[in-house]
Structure formats: structure tokens, C-alpha cells
Ligand binder design. Structure first.
Ligand SMILES: [Fe+2]
Length: 475
């Protein structure tokens, strides 16, 4: 009897251990605790951003430090006492101000399902140790939250920054508590409100969850109003292209069997976007899935889709690339409205994608437009617009949402939840039994015709530059 009891206890202990090993530490905050944290940190800009690396074995990190104290070093170990720590050195680059430098470091050799602790060399010496738990590399889950947009629509408004910062904190808390197996976070952009203020990034990094959750952040039109994205992020495989200007850049990374192509949709440089996709796809011929990310919405529900720039220009620039390289899912944002398309190919619905169902080797791409974390109001939400291509839309404007994508050997499962109580709103599973076909002929033919778009894209860039100049920044 005793042996049985001991065995049972041991099993419970082991099971708990397995569970807790995969969980994020509880970093929830009351409103008062958040207010105190915000008041304490708002005037600084030295919190680090943990970013995804070029693949699952790498982690990027960056932070600001005073010029005379900037040392781009990180230590990584498998225990909190940092026994046998590996020290990684990176580089410093100029900051957006005269007083500081930006430290950027890449940690390598990350093993799956392993608990790590890391410290970065801050202005005050080594930081305290922060925990990072890698999950499975083959089968994993990632989180999608869009339009975090710290500061909302306003400039230099600490109250609004703090309010949105707390929404962001709470969405992370809800998502990571209910999904402790999440590997990283992907956002289709508008991370900041003005793109000009350091405190927007500082607020975005205040939730301590971001110390343990690598971020992959696309550029949105709000980020494009300024240049801070350049100084506060450290994305992998950044692609600066031939014609991109200023802040423009795409990036890509590989995580397990999945290739992520992250486009800067605020740039109309079709030639560069295509070149990035080509480079990424050719470097990852064995990837089983291809996921696209861009800020502006293609195939979102709501009247914002009537915006001509989105409907004509962005469709013309991006959709052919997605078709050319046979993407499975494309995540977008910008309209602040959660929705999902049916299977789309060249602008046509080629198959239904009903919520809750599994589709095997479907033809076409699913476009997922993710809600805004910052505030949920959007033009036309009260109309609940359902376009022919819309398979799902969530029109409760005052409720935030988050999505997860879980990959197994042969399936991809997309789920969207309410951000306040994780009620399941929408789900879709795609099963893939075949590899990507060679695609040489398809890419060749499409590339030929796409040259026209590339030329028009360059003309558009010139016109856009004049419009932006007249507007005094991106809209
Ligand atoms: Fe936007």
C-alpha cells in the first residue's frame, strides 16, 4: 500500500514537474501594480527586447545603454546560479540619440525543451537572471497579437500609453496562462503609436512576460511615422533590398518546419519584397509550411477594406508573391477587426474554410486579420461586414482577441480566442500530406508578369514619398 502511495505521489510530482517546466512564471499585475511599474520605468528606455533568432536554436536580444557603459554581452546558462554560463558577444550601433548606443547580441545553440537563464550587461552591470524555456522544436505553438500600438492614436500621452500597456500586459497574461506551451509571439505590426518616442518601446517591454517570450514584430504604418523601430528591435535575416528606403525592411526566420516571411507592407517596393521571398524560400527548401505576415489587411472583414491603397496597390504587390511562393496562411492587421478568409487564390474564393473544420491539402491561401490589442474600435464594425471571401469575423469592438497556431508533423491548427477569458471563437485545421511542389515553372511565369508590378511599385514609391512628405508622415 505504501509503495503504491509512494509511486502515485512520485507520478504526481513528475507530472507536475513536466507541467511547470513548460509554464511561464506568473507575472500577472493588478492595475495598481501596473501603475506603480509604469511610474517607475516610464522615463527610461533601457529594457531589453528578446526577439526570435534566425531559427529555433537562436535568440536575439537588444537594449540601449549609455555610451560609456554599453557592453554588448549576454550570458546564458542552464541554472539560475549561471554555472558554466556561455558568454555571447555582439555589437553596438548608434542609437537615435547622442547619449546612448544600441547593444545587439545573438545567443546560439539553444536546445529544445530546455530551461535557460540569461543576463544581459546593462548600464549597471549584469542584470538579474531571467528565465527562458525552449519548447519542442518539431511540434510547437506560437501566439499572434496585432496592433499593440502602445500610445493608441495619440502622441506623447502617458495615460493612454499606460492604459494600452496594461491591456497588452493582460492579454499576454491570459494567453500565456492558458497556453503555457507557446514558443514565441508574432505581430503584424503597428507596435507603436508614433514610431518616434522611446517610451513607446519601453512600455511595450514593461510586461515581464516579454523577458521570456521572443518577439517577431512586423513594421506597420504607425511604426513608419518615425524611426525608433530601427533602434529598439533585433529581428533576424533583415532584408534591406535594392530600392527600400529609410526604415523599410523585410525579414524572415525559420522555426521548426515553418518558414516565416515578414513583409514591410508600408513599402511598395515590389522588387524587394519578391527578392526577400525568393531568398527565404530558396534557403529553406525543406520547410513544410510557409507563413506570411504583413501589416495592412488583405481580405479582412469590415469597410476598411474599401481603402483603395489596400485593395488595389497592396493586393497587386503582395498577393502575386504569396501565390508565387505558395504560402499557407497570411497574417495581417491594421483594421482592428478580427476575421478570417476562405481559401483564396488569385483573388478568388477557391474553397470554403469553415470554422471548426479540418481541410486536407487545400488549394489557396487563408488570410487572417488579427484584432488590435491597443483599442478595438474600427470603422464599420457595427455593420459586421461579411464579404464573399469572409469565413469568420468577430465584431465585438470592445473585446480584444489573440490567436495561436499549433504545428504538428502534418497539421497546422489556427485558433482565435477572446483576450479576456480565452473563450474559443474560431478554429481551422489544415492537414498537409504533400511537400511543396517544385514550383519552378509557376515562379518563372509569374515572375515574368510580375516585372510590370515591380516597375509600377517603384513609381508608387516615388508618389508615396511625395504624399508622405505632404502629410508630414505616414497616415
Ligand atoms: Fe495600421
Amino acid at each position: 500500500m505504501k509503495k503504491l502511495l509512494a509511486l502515485s505521489l512520485a507520478l504526481v510530482f513528475i507530472f507536475q514537474g513536466v507541467l511547470s517546466a513548460a509554464a511561464f512564471d506568473d507575472k500577472s499585475l493588478t492595475q495598481e501594480e501596473w501603475n506603480a511599474l509604469y511610474a517607475e520605468l516610464r522615463d527610461e528606455n533601457t529594457l531589453p527586447m528578446l526577439c526570435v533568432g534566425a531559427d529555433e536554436t537562436q535568440l536575439n536580444i537588444c537594449w540601449h545603454a549609455a555610451k560609456d557603459k554599453a557592453v554588448p554581452k549576454v550570458m546564458l546558462a542552464k541554472d539560475e546560479a549561471m554555472t558554466d554560463a556561455t558568454v555571447f558577444e555582439g555589437e553596438t550601433t548608434p542609437a537615435e540619440n547622442e547619449e546612448q548606443l544600441v547593444c545587439r547580441v545573438t545567443m546560439t545553440g539553444i536546445e529544445e525543451k530546455t530551461t535557460y537563464y540569461y543576463k544581459w550587461y546593462s548600464e549597471n552591470g549584469w542584470s538579474e537572471a531571467y528565465k527562458y524555456e525552449s519548447k519542442s522544436f518539431d511540434s510547437y505553438k506560437m501566439l499572434v497579437v496585432g496592433d499593440i500600438q502602445i500610445g493608441g492614436q495619440s502622441t506623447d500621452n502617458p495615460e493612454e500609453q499606460s492604459r494600452i500597456g496594461y491591456v497588452w500586459q493582460n492579454v499576454l497574461d491570459e494567453a500565456l496562462t492558458k497556453n503555457p506551451d507557446i514558443s514565441f509571439l508574432l505581430s503584424p505590426g503597428d507596435n507603436t503609436s508614433t514610431g518616434k518616442a522611446a517610451d513607446e518601446w519601453q512600455t511595450l517591454l514593461m510586461p515581464e512576460y516579454t523577458r521570456s517570450l521572443p518577439l517577431a514584430l512586423a513594421i506597420g504604418n504607425h511604426d513608419k511615422k518615425g524611426f525608433t523601430y530601427d533602434y529598439y528591435t533585433h529581428m533576424p535575416n533583415e532584408f534591406f533590398g535594392r530600392y527600400f528606403e529609410g526604415l523599410d525592411r523585410d525579414f524572415w526566420f525559420r522555426y521548426g518546419d515553418v518558414l516565416y516571411l515578414v513583409f514591410d507592407a508600408t513599402s511598395g517596393s515590389a522588387a524587394d519584397h519578391r527578392a526577400m521571398a525568393k531568398e527565404a524560400v530558396e534557403a529553406n527548401p525543406d520547410a513544410k509550411w510557409r507563413i506570411g505576415v504583413m501589416h495592412q489587411a488583405l481580405y479582412a472583414p469590415g469597410v476598411a477594406m474599401l481603402e483603395p491603397e489596400t485593395n488595389i496597390l497592396l493586393n497587386a504587390v503582395f498577393q502575386p508573391i504569396y501565390e508565387m511562393y505558395d504560402l499557407d496562411i497570411v497574417f495581417t492587421g491594421h483594421t482592428h477587426m478580427q476575421g478570417r478568409s476562405n481559401f483564396i487564390s488569385d483573388g478568388l474564393v477557391v474553397g470554403k474554410a469553415e470554422s471548426g473544420r479540418t481541410y486536407t491539402d487545400p488549394n489557396g491561401i487563408v488570410y487572417v486579420n488579427v484584432n488590435a490589442c491597443c483599442d478595438q474600435g474600427t470603422l464599420g464594425e457595427e455593420l459586421g461586414y461579411l464579404w464573399p471571401y469572409t469565413a469568420y469575423s468577430f465584431i465585438e469592438g470592445d473585446v480584444t482577441t489573440y490567436s495561436t497556431v499549433e504545428f504538428t508533423d502534418s497539421t497546422l491548427t489556427l485558433k482565435t480566442f477572446r483576450g479576456d477569458n480565452s473563450e474559443l471563437l474560431d478554429s481551422l485545421t489544415i492537414e498537409k500530406t504533400k511537400d511543396f511542389n517544385d514550383g519552378t515553372l509557376r515562379v518563372g511565369i509569374r515572375s515574368f508578369f510580375y516585372k510590370i508590378i515591380e516597375l509600377l511599385g517603384l513609381a508608387y514609391m516615388r508618389i508615396d514619398a511625395i504624399v508622405v512628405e505632404m502629410r508630414g508622415g505616414h497616415f
